[in-house]
Design a protein around this ligand. Structure first.
Ligand code: PMP
Length: 393
């Protein structure tokens, strides 16, 4: 059956670039193409655009100064730069790092790598909602701990961590706090000063900017070792000629997000809660993943017993709806997501998960449409499932 209407609800994996962002980028591909490190006036125009974008990104996260923003190629690079950079630079102070078991692979894997270079890493467990246990964080911190890396929000289950409380605990033991805010930036206001963040990862596409651009906020006075060496751009912390069109787009996206974050997140929360209710209430053996309200405004993560997320995804896709069964980054493996396992779901429970992530283009009508198709999809798949109890067949 060919779908008549296409509905995109996979914004955690990729977003459309805002038309205002595209417009802002075009001059820097057409005519303002010079290198910002060049001394001539062409170069200086590019430099000015670069610094304006830096100021916009700094303002979005309430950074103390624009120089604290280092542009990178995206969240994965920022996370690597933060974790490896802070570890190498502070090795003489200690070799212990703490992170959580539900971080993105671009945090978990650099941490695992560091264990092969003389560092010790503690992976904190989380509760059924995905909250880091603050008591275990306190207990695990020692004089040897140099860095704690905890995400602002988890893209797969939506749970938002109490970053300010975490930062107070981390700083009471003189360690640094890195926060991966990739899933949260542009959706909820972030204030690095008020929340006590030393290193913050953000990315452009997650707020309707172009892909392949991100930033690392490095608090004034915080020292990290570069992971990329070269011509010394970005205060020597990230060499390589800056991607001016991409960065200009990122800056524009940050400027727009700052203005629109409040109204858009209020709108999304209404749609989110309607979709959650509509996907769960009419269907027995259905559950919410993550916390009911301490969750990202756009995140709808549900699970249905006795069926596979992949089968639901295919059915939805045939009906024109794009959703996800978890993180797009790990979608190639058949293993259930480490996040769903960490919140205590059994293999088969995790496999029945479905993730809808809303965005600017989604309307209430689309939400209603998705709600109306789900009971039939679940019923059909359960009818074929050997696991379904008799009363549901
Ligand atoms: N951190 C988090 C929390 C993410 O959700 C993602 C994926 N969007 C990343 C890091 C990696 O982002 P990218 O693949 O754009 O580098």
């Amino acid at each position: 059956m060919a779908a008549t209407k296409r509905i995109y609800m996979d914004h955690a994996a990729g977003r459309a670039v805002d038309p205002r962002v595209i417009e802002s980028m075009l001059p820097y591909m057409r005519s303002l193409y010079a290198n910002p490190s060049s001394v001539h006036s062409f170069g200086q125009e590019a430099r000015q655009a670069l610094e304006e974008a830096r100021a916009n990104v700094a303002e979005l996260i309430s950074a103390e100064r624009k120089e604290s923003i280092i542009f990178t190629s995206g969240a994965t690079e920022s996370n690597n730069a933060a974790i490896k950079g802070a570890a190498y630079r502070n090795k003489d102070r200690g070799t212990h790092i703490i992170t959580s078991s539900i971080e993105h692979m671009s945090v978990l894997n650099p941490c695992k790598f560091l264990t092969t270079r003389g560092f010790k890493v503690t992976f904190l467990p989380v509760d059924q909602y995905g909250f880091v246990n603050l008591k275990s964080l306190e207990e695990e911190l020692t004089d040897e701990t140099i860095l704690v890396s905890i995400m602002y929000a988890n893209g797969e289950i939506g749970t938002m961590q109490p970053i300010k409380e975490i930062s107070q605990i981390v700083h009471s033991k003189n360690a640094y706090l890195h926060v991966d805010a990739t899933a949260a930036n542009g959706q909820v206001p972030i204030d690095v000063k008020n929340e006590g963040i030393d290193l913050l990862t953000i990315s452009s596409n997650d707020m309707y900017g172009p892909k392949g651009v991100g930033a690392l906020y490095v608090k004034e006075g915080m020292r990290i070792e570069p992971i990329i060496y070269g011509g010394g751009q970005e205060r020597g912390l990230r060499s390589g000629t800056e991607d001016i069109p991409g960065i200009v787009g990122f800056g524009k996206a940050a400027e727009i997000a700052k203005k629109e974050i409040q109204t858009e997140s209020e709108r999304l929360i209404k749609l989110r809660d309607k979709l959650i209710k509509g996907l769960l209430a009419p269907i027995p053996y259905s559950f919410l993943n993550g916390h009911p309200n301490k969750r990202l405004p756009n995140n709808v993560a549900v699970r249905y017993s006795f069926i596979e997320g992949e089968a639901m995804l295919l059915s939805l896709d045939m009906m024109g709806v794009a959703a996800s069964s978890g993180s797009a980054c790990t979608a190639k493996t058949l293993e259930p997501s480490h996040v769903l396992r960490a919140i205590g779901l059994k293999h088969e429970e995790a496999h029945g998960s479905l993730l809808f992530t809303l965005g600017k283009q989604n309307t209430e009508e689309e939400v209603d449409h998705v709600i109306s198709m789900m009971p039939d999809i679940v019923k059909k798949l359960r009818a074929m499932s050997p696991l379904t109890p008799k009363d549901l067949k």
